[in-house]
Design a binder for this molecule. Structure first.
Ligand SMILES: Nc1ncnc2c1ncn2[C@@H]1O[C@H](COP(=O)(O)OP(=O)(O)OP(=O)(O)O)[C@@H](O)[C@H]1O
Ligand SMILES: [Mg+2]
Length: 412
C-alpha cells in the first residue's frame, strides 16, 4: 500500500455528501461510492461525521486501529482509499482549546460537577466545525481527489450546513462587540461576579478558527465540486424526512444531485408475505418521483444480507451506479428558490413548457402540491411558510412564483 499520498495529481476536488434519516444506508452507500472512486484511480477519503462511527466496522477494520493508534487521522484501508473517523477529544485539543476551557470553567463555576461540566462543554457543532476545518484543509493541500462524507442522521447534518452562515454572522455582528465589551467589563465583572469573562486568548481562538474556515462555504456551494446525495427508503415516514432535508439543502444552496432509494424488495422475491410491502414501496417510489423531480432517483435493491466488507460494498456500488460514473454530477440546479421581498416570501419553481391553464396549486398542511396536466409535484414548505394562509401565484418567464403573505397583493 502506498503510504505517502501527498502528490498533487492536478485533479479538481470532488466532494460528495451522503445524508438521510438514521439507518437508511448512508454509511454503506458512502463506503460503496468510495470504493468505486478509489478503484478508478482517485485518492479517496471517506470521512464519517457521525459520533456513532461505523466506517471501521463496515470496512471490518479493528476499531483500536483507528481511534487509538491513528487518533482520528486518515487510515488506509485499500489502494487509494482512506477512512477517517474524527476523535472529538483530539479535535478539542487541536481546535477548541481556549473556548472549551472557558466554557467548562463557566459551567463548573455555576455549580456543575467538574466532569459533567467538561462533558457539557463539548458544544453541539464542535464536531461539525472540526469536519469543516478538515474539508477546507484537504481542499487546499490537495491530498485527496475525492472526499466522501458519511453524514450523521438528517437533523444533525442540517445543523452542519448552517454553520458557515451562522459563523459568518456571529463573527460580523456579535464577535467584535463581545470582544470589546469583555475587555472593558472584565475588571468590573471580576469584582461583582465569581465568573470570569472570557480572556483575549478565547477570542483569538475563535478568530483563528474562523480564518481556517474561510472559503468553506464557497466549497460547499460550488456545484462542480460538491454534491449532496440523499439516501432514503421507499417508506412514507422516511420519505417525509428526506423531503425536509431536500428543502434545507436547497435553501442553503447545496446542490442535491441524486436521491438514492435504498432497500427495495427485488422483483424476484415472490413470497406473499411481502405483498403489502411491495404495494407500499411502489406507491412510495411514485411519491418520491413527485417530490424530488427533476433530481434523478437511483433505486437499490435490498441485498441478501448486511453489507459488510470490501467485496460486498463494491457489489452494492455496482448496483447503485450500474454503468454510470459515481463521480459525475448527476444534476445541477435549484429545483426551487426562496426569497423575501418587502416582507412577502416568494418561492419560485422552474416549470418550463407549462401554460397557466394547465396549472393547479393546492396546499395540504405543510406541503404545496403543484399539478401540471397529468403530473404532480410536492414541495415541503419551511415551517414559517406553512402557517401563512394567503397564497398567490404568477408566472415570471419559465418560473412559477408563489407568494406567501400580503393578502392585498393580488398577483394571480
Ligand atoms: N441495500 C441494502 N440491502 C441490505 N442491507 C442493507 C442495504 N443497505 C444498507 N443495509 C444494511 O442496513 C444497515 C444500516 O445501514 P447503514 O449503517 O449504512 O445505515 P446508516 O444510514 O449509515 O445508519 P446510521 O444512521 O445509523 O448511521 C446495515 O446493517 C447495512 O449493512
Ligand atoms: Mg451511518
Amino acid at each position: 500500500m502506498k503510504q505517502d499520498n501527498r502528490i498533487n495529481t492536478g485533479n479538481p476536488l470532488r466532494v460528495i455528501f451522503f445524508a438521510g434519516k438514521g439507518g437508511v444506508g448512508k454509511s454503506s452507500i458512502a463506503g460503496a461510492t468510495g470504493i468505486l472512486s478509489a478503484e478508478s484511480g482517485n485518492r479517496t477519503l471517506i470521512m464519517s461525521m457521525d459520533i456513532a462511527h461505523s466506517l471501521s466496522d463496515i470496512f471490518d477494520v479493528k476499531k483500536d486501529g483507528i481511534v487509538d493508534f491513528n487518533r482520528g487521522a486518515p487510515f488506509q484501508v485499500a489502494d487509494n482509499l482512506w477512512i477517517q473517523e474524527l476523535d472529538i477529544s483530539e479535535e478539542i485539543e487541536k481546535n477548541w482549546g481556549e473556548i472549551y476551557r472557558y466554557i467548562s470553567t463557566l459551567f463548573n463555576a455555576t455549580g456543575l460537577d467538574e466532569v459533567l461540566a467538561e462533558e457539557l462543554a463539548i458544544l453541539p457543532g464542535m464536531e461539525e466545525v472540526s469536519l469543516l476545518l478538515y474539508l477546507n484543509r484537504y481542499s487546499k493541500d490537495k491530498r485527496f481527489d475525492v472526499i466522501v462524507l458519511d453524514c450523521a442522521p438528517t437533523g444533525e447534518s442540517i445543523r452542519f450546513i448552517s454553520i458557515p452562515t451562522t459563523l459568518e454572522w456571529y463573527i460580523k455582528k456579535v464577535f467584535r462587540i463581545e470582544k470589546t465589551i469583555a475587555r472593558y467589563a472584565r475588571p468590573i465583572a471580576k469584582r461583582v461576579y465569581d465568573i470570569e469573562l472570557p480572556g483575549d486568548k478565547y477570542f483569538d481562538t475563535i478568530e483563528f478558527l474562523f480564518q481556517r474556515l474561510r472559503g468553506v462555504d464557497e466549497l460547499l456551494t460550488d456545484t462542480d465540486i460538491t454534491s449532496v446525495r440523499l439516501v432514503t427508503n421507499p417508506e412514507k415516514i422516511v420519505l417525509k424526512e428526506t423531503q425536509r432535508a431536500f428543502m434545507y439543502f436547497n435553501l442553503f444552496r447545496m446542490n442535491v444531485d441524486a436521491i438514492i432509494v435504498n432497500r427495495i424488495i427485488p422483483p424476484s422475491i415472490k413470497d406473499r408475505y411481502f405483498n403489502d410491502w411491495r404495494i407500499t414501496q411502489k406507491e412510495q417510489l411514485k411519491s418520491a418521483e413527485e417530490c424530488f423531480s427533476p433530481v434523478p432517483l437511483f433505486q437499490v435493491d435490498l441485498m441478501k444480507n448486511e453489507v459488510l466488507g470490501y467485496k460486498n460494498l463494491r457489489q452494492l456500488g455496482k448496483k447503485i451506479y450500474r454503468d454510470k460514473n459515481p463521480l459525475d454530477v448527476f444534476f445541477k440546479g435549484t429545483p426551487y428558490e426562496l426569497r423575501k421581498e418587502n416582507g412577502i416570501y416568494c418561492m419560485s419553481i422552474n416549470l418550463p413548457f407549462v401554460k397557466k391553464g394547465e396549472l393547479n396549486l393546492n396546499r395540504v398542511h405543510d406541503e404545496l402540491i403543484v399539478r401540471v396536466g397529468g403530473t404532480k409535484r410536492h414541495f415541503l414548505l419551511p415551517r414559517h411558510l406553512a402557517g401563512i394562509d394567503s397564497i398567490t401565484a404568477r408566472f415570471e418567464g419559465e418560473k412559477l412564483c408563489i407568494y406567501f403573505g400580503g393578502g392585498q397583493n393580488d398577483k394571480e
